[in-house]
Design a protein around this ligand. Structure first.
Ligand code: GDP
Length: 396
């Protein structure tokens, strides 16, 4: 069986298992390394042949697949990752890197339950870091932190262990200040969402040279900062990658620290939906019930030259299937679903059905726009998504 077919089968198997699904976003200030990190994750998960080739391969496939009417949408990618002997389905939604796309960033946040905040170790937290952290927290999305470009501290800035540690701790401190400022008065969060090295909610590394470390990874591999400084200084980056590959460290962190839909939805739904919390609809969303009414939140509309408009979003309840007639908030009448799909690797793959807890791609919803609530029965729509404008950050 070809690699693609295997991936498709595995994604289809995992989509019925919400406890092994993680819906996540990577959020960063422009140039801090989001694209390079995404390439690493796809390659590490076996979705593309090798790191650095992601973009090229996706484009190659695009030409190939257009013949067959399948689109590549690099904005949404899914991958599988084995963590603690269990395979997980990780749906990653891209967040546009530019401040003008603030609205899109927030929309992407609605579809996910976890956000990996990427910060460049040299530049530190920047205005857009603050924006994305605020957007994530406002949507009830849990943050973790990846500090990227650590290679530059060693090779370019020639920092020693103490200087490095000070710098990294100061980045963590800045990010935690943002998190604390937002979560202090969020009474629906019953755990501490600040990030820490000890808890394993912070990872460090180099997306360019494809190595990474976290507290759990250091314990598992025995590789510490001393080894990293030595190997990086001696230009042994390949060895560093082989011994502590970034994708494993980051995807382990995703599986361990981001909530699955079953944990996330009961907390997130009251935050984003003001309907009757005693209703069957509310119950269906809380339980991520595949047999409940369809409740689908559209976060993005894209154009496919063959399939037409594709509505991508988060299915909070029910099961999407071809031929269903669904209400679209703010419009009269119903739309009929033509096809349903999942993203696998970077490609949209049509499937028979998509159950609650997943990110689905649907055709036929001609009245839907980004932000629409699509449902099997008429219902109170989700809260509109607020755009958060760029803050003025004062760096200490
Ligand atoms: P994005 O705008 O956040 O998607 O950032 P990119 O992934 O496009 O990276 C921006 C630039 O930083 C590119 O030139 C990358 O090669 C470079 N870069 C990304 N990660 C690293 C890293 O870990 N170390 C170094 N030295 N450069 C990096």
């Amino acid at each position: 069986m070809g690699r693609r077919k295997k991936i498709v089968q595995e994604c289809e198997r995992l989509m019925d298992n919400p406890d092994h699904i993680r819906n996540i976003a990577i959020a960063a200030h422009v140039d801090h390394g989001k694209t390079t990190l995404t390439d690493n994750l796809l390659a590490g998960a076996g979705m593309i042949a090798d790191e650095g080739e992601a973009t090229r391969l996706m484009m190659d496939t695009e030409e190939d697949e257009q013949e067959r009417g399948i689109t590549i949408d690099a904005a949404n990618v899914s991958m599988t990752h084995e963590y603690e002997d269990t395979n997980h389905l990780i749906n990653l939604i891209d967040t546009p890197g530019h401040v003008d796309f603030g609205g899109d960033v927030t929309r992407a946040m609605r579809a996910v339950d976890g956000a990996m905040v990427v910060v460049d170790a040299v530049e530190g937290a920047m205005p857009q870091t603050e924006t994305v952290v605020r957007q994530a927290l406002r949507e009830g999305v849990k943050p973790t932190l990846f500090i990227n470009k650590v290679d530059r501290l060693i090779s370019e800035l020639q920092e020693g262990p103490e200087e490095m540690q000070q710098r990294l701790m100061s980045v963590i401190g800045d990010v935690n200040e943002l998190i604390r400022g937002m979560t202090d008065d969020m009474d629906d969060i019953d755990e501490d969402w600040t990030v820490s090295v000890e808890d394993g909610t912070v990872a460090f590394g180099s997306a360019l040279y494809r190595w990474g470390v976290s507290m759990p990874s250091m314990q598992a591999t025995g590789i510490d900062f001393g080894d990293i400084i030595e190997l990086e200084r001696n230009d042994n980056r390949q060895e560093l990658h082989d011994r502590t590959p970034l994708s494993d460290v980051v995807l382990d962190m995703v599986c361990e620290h981001f909530p699955n839909p079953l944990n996330a939805q009961p907390r997130r739904v009251p935050r984003i939906w003001r309907g009757d919390d005693e209703s069957e609809l509310a119950e269906g969303m809380r339980l991520v019930d595949p047999d409940g009414e369809v409740v689908f939140m559209v976060t993005d509309i894209s154009m496919d030259p063959h399939a037409g408009e594709i509505a991508t979003g988060r299915l909070f309840s029910g099961t999407l299937e071809k031929g269903q007639e669904l209400y679209v908030s703010g419009t009269a009448g119903k739309n009929r679903i033509q096809n349903v799909g999942l993203f696998m690797g970077g490609e949209r793959e049509e499937v028979e059905r998509v159950p609650a807890g997943n990110i689905a791609a649907v055709t036929g919803l001609r009245d839907a726009i980004a932000g629409s609530t699509v449902s099997g029965v008429e219902m109170t729509p989700f809260e509109s998504i607020e755009h958060i404008s760029e803050p003025v950050i004062t760096k200490s």
